[in-house]
Design a protein around this ligand. Structure first.
Ligand code: ZYH
Length: 303
């Protein structure tokens, strides 16, 4: 595990949660969080959590704590350009940097916990990162949980249109802003929208054309990677998601070669299923809990 550095932020007083720093291959700081198993000193599996664009890994605390309660060691970092990590806000030279950094972190944690199964969990852009990470290292991951992953550029999304129109602009005005995303169309839970809007670690600046181009690159790479996916996965998707169209979830189900693949559609739900109406989010937590418990049941905690 990376060296523990002087902890900052709010997690200092959160029981079972640790913070640390990693330096990536470009020399940038990655802000890391760890949630240790609550019932045992020896985890039975590892789980990396991959957050989405504009947000940060601290927003996955409740999910991580639930998974730590299943004897998993849950770990995460803020992707470059996000949260408390280095780099210009929501800027990445190539989408693959996100994937490379996840693999660096997974390799580091696995060195300290050899022989344990490793899982991925990703939301939205973080889901695209999880898919590309799994496709790059076939055999490394025992499974993945995807919450409304970015698989398709929604044809109805105004941003998709703007990004496509801006392909040419990218050459001359890569920093042009495409306008911020409207969080109120991403969850029906008003309290969660307010929490999101008040979170100081969220990047609310508009998506830069250059970042939109990287998201489009990611979509194209995910589509090509689907036939290389053989790992078990659980896919959760809202039918009324306006950012990542549910057609993407069906494409993923058809394209992945995995034998063990499960799709659950939440009728009427928006994009951020883990922060949606209580009945949706409650079910999302239950489904993930059940799926992960079943796939780690045989795993023994190593001394
Ligand atoms: O990863 C994303 C994200 C953000 C912007 C995107 N734009 C595209 O995909 C995106 C994904 C398109 C752009 C055009 C080309 C094709 C891709 N995330 C994470 C999600 C969005 N956020 C939404 C706001 N959140 C946190 C998670 C929120 N909102 C309300 C309540 C609670 N959380």
């Amino acid at each position: 595990m990376p060296e523990e550095s002087s902890p900052r932020g709010t997690a200092q007083n959160v029981p079972g949660e640790n913070e640390a720093q990693l330096i990536n291959a470009d020399g940038q700081h990655l802000f890391c969080r760890y949630w240790k198993p609550t019932r045992t000193a020896t985890p039975k599996a590892l789980m990396f959590v991959s957050h989405g664009a504009g947000e940060h890994c601290g927003r996955y605390r409740e999910l991580a704590q639930m998974l730590a309660g299943l004897d998993l060691l849950v770990f995460a970092h803020d992707h470059v350009g996000h949260g408390q990590s280095g780099g210009d806000r929501m800027v990445v030279s190539d989408f693959h940097v996100f994937v490379r950094d996840v693999l660096q972190h997974v390799d580091a944690v696995q060195r300290d916990h050899p022989g344990l199964p490793v899982f991925l969990l990703g939301h939205s852009m973080g889901g695209a990162i999880a898919i590309l990470t799994a496709a790059e290292r076939p055999g490394l991951f025992s499974g993945m949980v995807l919450i409304s992953p970015l698989v398709l550029a929604s044809p109805e999304s105004a941003t998709t249109f703007k990004v496509l129109a801006a392909k040419v602009l990218n050459l001359v005005l890569p920093n042009l802003s495409l306008g911020p995303i409207d969080s109120s169309v991403l969850s029906r839970n008003k309290a969660e929208v307010e929490l999101y809007n008040a979170d100081p670690l969220i990047c609310r600046a508009g998506l830069k054309v250059s970042f939109g181009m990287q998201l489009l690159n990611a979509v194209a790479r995910v589509e090509r990677a689907l036939p290389r996916l053989t790992l078990p996965f659980l896919l959760l998707q809202g039918s009324a998601d306006r950012l990542c169209d549910s057609k993407g979830a069906y494409l993923l189900m058809e394209g992945a070669k995995s034998q063990d693949k499960t799709l659950k559609i939440y009728e009427g739900a928006y994009h951020v299923l883990h922060k949606e109406l209580p009945e949706v989010t409650g079910s999302v937590f239950q489904e993930i809990k059940l799926w992960v418990s079943q796939r780690t049941a045989g795993a023994r905690s190593l001394p």
